[in-house]
Design a protein around this ligand. Structure first.
Ligand code: ADP
Ligand code: MG
Length: 258
């Protein structure tokens, strides 16, 4: 059966559009007239027209879900894996990043640690992977460590039940950016340790850091025992990207200084 007849009159379409809107199919309602006119013009089979109408509704909803999730995640805008220049940073294997981008590690509650000096793209890669996670329907929260510690201190007195609803505990992927730039107090180190312990086996963590693992006791208030216990959980089933290279920020400057 083809859509052969002329498009129905305005009144008929209005009724269909209203029904679609009542069913919550707002985008399908909006595009009904346009798609139907096209279908009639091209003599499209009815099932194809219906397919297109529903496909449009689904894709618009998906776009909206991604937009909302990106906003709620706190991921800084504009950084994607697509805009990462792998040729500039050969120590980052594109194939490994592509594998991580499929999000299998998040499904398995594994961790990612991105290490390297300033400006080499740690935050860019972390955010790019966060965006991929959202596209793959995982919940994501992004924090710089300093902000996360601030939020954790503010919420420390809440009951465990209320606390478990906080996004830094219950999202599928928690991105903690800039670990290592500041040394933590004992209270802060304990909060971070509890966070990593709670999420261990429950949800993924992605950490970016400018410090090698050996320097972690210093970061964690000089507490070797706590650092060992934290790293034990963090590094069990961990994907490490060790970036050794030039700062992307200083690339122009390097050229000028030569
Ligand atoms: P880091 O977190 O390691 O200090 P960033 O990820 O903040 O570095 O990178 C610094 C700036 O350079 C950002 O604007 C980032 O988008 C850009 N950048 C870094 N590496 C690359 C790269 N390989 N390709 C494209 N842009 C990059
Ligand atoms: Mg950074």
């Amino acid at each position: 059966m083809n859509v052969k007849t002329a498009p129905p009159g305005r009144v008929d379409l209005d009724k269909t559009r209203e029904s679609l809107e009542k069913l919550g199919l707002v985008h399908a309602g909006e595009q009904l007239a346009t798609l139907l006119t096209e279908a009639v013009k091209n003599g499209q089979p009815v099932h194809r027209f219906l397919d297109e109408l529903l496909e449009l509704e689904l894709s618009r909803r998906e776009e909206r879900r991604i937009r909302t999730s990106l906003r709620l995640s706190g991921l800084p805008p504009g950084l994607t894996l697509g805009s990462f220049d792998f040729a500039f940073q050969p120590s980052v294997e594109k194939s490994r990043v592509d594998t991580l981008a499929t999000c299998g590690w998040i499904r398995e509650h594994e961790t990612v640690l991105i290490q390297g000096p300033p400006g080499v793209g740690k935050t860019h890669l972390a955010v790019g992977l966060g965006v991929k996670a959202i596209e793959n329907a995982f919940s994501v929260a992004f924090f710089q460590l300093e902000d996360l510690l601030h939020v954790m201190k503010q919420t420390a007195a809440l009951s465990p039940k209320t606390l478990r609803r906080k996004k830094y505990l219950n999202v599928a992927l928690l991105v903690i950016d800039e670990v290592g730039y500041q040394e933590l107090s004992r209270e802060e180190a304990t909060l971070l340790f509890r966070l990593v312990s709670y999420r261990y086996g429950r949800g993924s963590i992605l950490i970016t850091t400018n410090k090698p693992i050996t320097a972690w006791p210093e970061i964690l208030a000089g507490d070797e025992v706590m650092a060992t216990a934290l790293l034990d959980r963090l590094l069990h089933r961990c994907h490490v990207l060790n970036i050794k290279g030039r700062s992307y920020r200083l690339r122009d400057l390097e050229g000028r200084l030569k």
